[in-house]
Ligand binder design. Structure first.
Ligand SMILES: Cc1cc2nc3c(=O)[nH]c(=O)nc-3n(C[C@H](O)[C@H](O)[C@H](O)COP(=O)(O)OP(=O)(O)OC[C@H]3O[C@@H](n4cnc5c(N)ncnc54)[C@H](O)[C@@H]3O)c2cc1C
Length: 394
């Protein structure tokens, strides 16, 4: 695919690779092994990535960012994820919400949010959709039932909105300076007809962070509960039209979401192949190097096969996203599920060859890759609901 890339795309990719090798990889295992989930985070990494323009890379140029295209985003995510998937996701999470601001914000909001975001090296953002009783229901609700889906309520009280309810699993909830809260502005309508997005600022009275989730994988990535108790939000911080969140179709955020995960999965696969290749070259079994054993060669070949198929699929979807205004929900859902299957197989094979070489002793990094890869089955929906939703389009 190299010949299809522009010089600008290659330059950003190489910048991400250098950053990943110099700053992300050396911190990866140590951060993963910190027991307390809120202490795995490392602001120094965010500041360094910010100084290189990585945090703000997806902000349009007219708002002080770098306006990189989807292909570049995919390439950079893969490079960073090769060093640490969760750290890569922490940077791309800010790209995701930059896209949301572009899609839903008016000119004044874009200026205000991006000015603050670009100026502050420690500014990260989050978005809250999931609630204790609303995960898959948000994506694939039973039709016409207002009880299904998110229940955080937003009521107009004078000239401000009053938010009450809770969210869970919200990335960056405990460290973010701006959280996009998806709230019900019409409790009698189905979730897809009664939801509005509000930008809630850190420190808003009545906004409280609950527990930070202690996850098996992506330990660096922060996920926390959020509680809203009479949180007042000015109407100027309402992003979408009232009840209009799901009525606005398309946009950068939709193009980005599944592609973001799949690009990250490419990086995890590359990391697994790096590990297995080094093991094969550096380990002796039965008098010969491991990589001269046919069983090992077959496993490594299978790892390459899945990884190259995934890389091609990611770049195809990213390039199509850059070239057209269309969004293929079908391809995005297939891409996300394929990335989970391919990556989990690749990581399993890597764990397997390390177990053979080390007589059953678990290698910490091979184990981390497996733990990170499991996240895909249950994020941004889950593998089952994604395929079920696509069925309707077939
Ligand atoms: C690391 C991580 C980060 C996350 N970050 C965020 C974030 O930043 N913001 C955010 O809003 N959310 C976030 N989430 C939440 C994520 O989007 C949800 O976990 C996901 O949408 C699934 O919802 P759930 O956990 O409630 O599972 P559920 O919806 O309860 O599903 C659990 C299981 O039940 C099955 N199931 C569900 N409904 C049905 C049905 N009707 N019939 C049969 N089977 C069913 C599903 O297929 C699945 O196997 C994050 C999650 C993770 C793991």
């Amino acid at each position: 695919m190299e010949h299809l890339l522009t010089d600008t795309q290659r330059a950003w990719r190489d910048k991400a690779r250098d950053f990943a090798e110099a700053e992300i990889h050396p911190r990866s295992l140590a951060r993963d092994q910190i027991a307390a989930p809120a202490e795995t985070f490392d602001w120094d990494l965010i500041r360094k990535g910010s100084a290189l323009g990585i945090r703000t890379a997806a902000v349009p140029r007219e708002y002080g960012g770098h306006g990189i295209d989807f292909t570049t985003q995919a390439l950079m995510i893969a490079e960073m994820a090769r060093a640490d998937s969760a750290m890569a996701k922490t940077f791309s999470q800010s790209w995701k919400w930059s896209h949301l601001i572009v899609d839903h914000g008016n000119a004044e909001q874009k200026r205000r949010y991006f000015d603050a975001f670009v100026a502050d090296d420690e500014f990260v953002m989050g978005g809250g959709i999931t609630e204790p009783n609303a995960g898959s229901d948000n994506r694939m609700p039973p039709p016409d039932d207002p009880r299904a889906g998110l229940q955080l309520s937003a009521r107009l009280d004078g000239d401000t909105w009053m938010l009450n309810g809770s969210k869970c699993y919200i990335a960056n909830a405990n460290i973010g300076k701006l959280i996009f809260a998806f709230a019900r502005t019409d409790p009698h309508a189905p979730v897809q007809e009664g939801t509005t997005i509000f930008a809630v600022h850190k420190g808003a009275p009545g906004l409280n962070v609950g527990k930070v989730f202690n996850k098996h994988g992506w330990r660096f990535y922060q996920n926390a509960e959020l509680f809203f108790e009479n949180v007042r939000v000015a109407d100027s911080d309402r992003l979408s039209a009232i009840n209009g969140t799901h009525k606005k179709h398309g946009g950068k955020n939709s193009k980005f979401s599944e592609m973001e995960y799949a690009a990250n999965a490419v990086g995890i696969c590359d990391a697994a192949i790096d590990m297995a290749t080094a093991l094969g070259r550096g380990t002796q079994r039965a008098g010969t190097r491991l990589n001269e054993h046919q069983l090992f060669q077959l496993k490594l070949s299978e790892m390459h096969m899945h990884t190259e198929a995934l890389r091609s699929f990611v770049l195809r979807v990213a390039m199509e996203a850059d070239a057209t205004t269309l969004i293929s929900h079908k391809h995005n859902a297939f891409l996300m599920n394929f990335s989970a299957d391919a990556m989990q197989r690749v990581c399993y094979l890597n764990l397997d060859v390390h177990r053979i070489a080390h007589k059953g002793v678990i290698n910490a990094r091979a184990d981390k890759l497996v733990r990170d890869a499991i996240i895909w089955t249950h994020i941004a929906g889950d593998s089952v609901t994604r395929l079920k939703a696509v069925q309707a389009l077939l």
